[in-house]
Design a protein around this ligand. Structure first.
Ligand code: NDP
Ligand code: 2IT
Length: 444
């Protein structure tokens, strides 16, 4: 395989999908060497079969808003690869959603899920519906209308969706209700469900906690820990909130959080009480992060990212390409020692180069944020055996999975000078398992 040629060809066949091209380029450039050690892979054109999703569903979603207007949105489900288990991955509701973004996410998910050691393939879905400013009743009607199309393509052994941006416990609950009504079966087809109806303890916390467990492992390689470390977090949604919670628990200090309008900088640190306020503001009142600055009298910067503030650690937890080359140079100049991604592909390729050239600890999302889907996998297991595990048991399993992922990255990503290239490590480790499974299953 020649990674550059494969990429050019994909760009020609699937134009206008820049995020998908970006994700594919990152993986192919890091697995090329390992791939080419196995001539049997190229004989069966494994690379194209790995990059192009198995199938994509697209549908119109029609719903009625509170004023009685009939509205339409696009709905999608990308089933990328099921070589090692049923398709698995979240659903995103955000105005920016399009097919290219979901293809990048489903592609990434395939490698991430492989890394978790659990039997899950990769998929992703979503809609360009924006929950922002919508009433609870509108969100419910939209979720129901979305599921009216999606239900025929998913199932506990086929494809198991979950949450992502704009989709949390509320939306999963509404989608589950409609799925159950249509299929007349109570199965664990969605994860991230409420605790009363098959949800797993620690699933809401899992992505953020998992990212910090991974960060702890990275810091250990340099004889460091989180105590007293100043952290920049972007986002203020599910991942950002539980990332902050775990940082606080381990003695670190969180000085920023953000939303799509801007960021707050609190030099005294966002403590437990202030984090509770943010959780209530975001999860209950669905307010703006600006309101934090008004309440606690700290700095709010509209229309900007937090990466210019001085800190030891950066934890991007909002969205793709939110941290560019200039931001990365600023972080490095300010003495950042580690960047661990809660979001999917938040750093641009240029930013990643800057981190790696500076030899700081840098973990890509597919390794660092795999805790979320891991606990989703554990939720599937609990649903299958019709039992629920304790908080402690799930948390222990999560810790051990994140440790294993870190070890896999070290094994496949350590460079001759000892620097751990976590991007290469995660991609090669994730790829090898999927590749072997595909080889064993023939040309399908
Ligand atoms: P939420 O919807 O709970 O929160 C998203 C946060 O990011 C909000 O603060 C939101 O601001 C902000 N945001 C969203 N889009 C943009 C944008 N275009 N520009 C700036 N800020 C933006 O989502 P999650 O916390 O679940 O997801 C965050 C990231 O983590 C995503 O990349 C997701 O793919 C990834 N992830 C999520 C997992 C999960 O289990 N939920 C698992 C693994 C990864 P606003 O409120 O203004 O919209
Ligand atoms: O990006 C992700 O890993 C998620 N949004 C979670 C997917 C899942 O199935 O829990």
């Amino acid at each position: 395989m020649n990674a550059a040629n494969v990429l050019e060809d994909l760009k020609r066949r699937f134009p206008n999908e820049p995020e998908y091209h970006q994700a594919v380029e990152e993986v192919l450039s890091t697995i090329e060497e390992e791939y080419n050690k196995h001539p049997e892979f190229d004989k069966v054109n494994l690379v194209e079969r790995l990059c192009i999703p198995d199938r994509v569903y697209q549908f119109r979603v029609t719903w009625v808003d509170d004023e009685g207007n009939i509205r339409t949105n696009m709905g999608y489900r990308v089933q990328h690869n099921n070589a090692i288990g049923p398709y698995k991955g979240g659903i995103r509701f955000h105005a920016s959603v399009n097919l290219g973004i979901l293809k990048f996410l489903a592609f990434e998910q395939t490698f991430k899920n492989s890394l978790t050691t659990l039997p899950m393939g990769g998929g992703k879905g979503g809609s360009d519906f924006s929950p922002r400013g919508k009433s609870n009743a509108e969100v419910m009607r939209f979720c129901q209308a979305f599921m009216l199309e999606l239900w025929r393509h998913i199932g506990p052994e086929t494809d198991v969706p979950a949450g992502d941006i704009g989709v949390g416990g509320r939306e999963v609950g509404y989608m589950f209700g409609m799925y159950k009504k249509l299929t007349r079966e109570f199965t664990g087809t969605l994860t991230g469900k409420g605790l009363e109806f098959g949800g797993s303890l620690i699933r809401p916390e899992a992505t953020g906690y998992g990212n910090i467990y991974f960060l702890q492992e990275m810091l250990k390689t340099r004889g460091e820990d989180l105590k007293g470390k100043v952290c920049l977090i972007s986002g203020s949604g599910n991942v950002a909130q539980y990332t902050a919670e775990k940082v606080l628990e381990l003695g670190g200090k969180v000085v920023t959080m953000s939303d799509s309008d801007g960021y707050i900088y609190d030099p005294d640190g966002i403590d437990r009480e202030k984090l509770d306020y943010i959780m209530e503001l975001k999860n209950l009142y669905r307010g703006r992060i600006r309101e934090y600055a008004e309440k606690y009298g700290c700095k709010y910067v509209a229309g900007a990212k937090p990466w210019g503030e001085k800190a030891d650690i950066a934890l991007p937890s909002a969205t793709q390409n939110e941290l560019n080359g200039d931001h990365a140079r600023q972080l490095v100049a300010n003495g950042v020692i580690a960047v661990s991604e809660g979001a999917n592909m938040p750093s641009t390729p240029e930013a990643i180069r800057v981190f790696q050239e500076a030899k700081i600890l840098y973990a890509p999302g597919k390794a660092a944020n795999a805790g979320g889907v891991s606990v989703s996998g554990l939720e599937m297991t609990q649903n299958s055996i019709k039992l629920g595990w304790t908080k402690e048991e799930v948390d222990e399993r999560l810790k051990s999975i994140m440790k294993n992922i870190h070890e896999a990255c070290v094994k496949y990503g350590t460079e001759p000078d000892g620097y751990i290239n976590y991007v290469k490590g995660a991609n090669v480790a994730g790829f090898m398992k999927v590749a072997k499974a595909m080889m064993a299953q023939g040309i399908v």
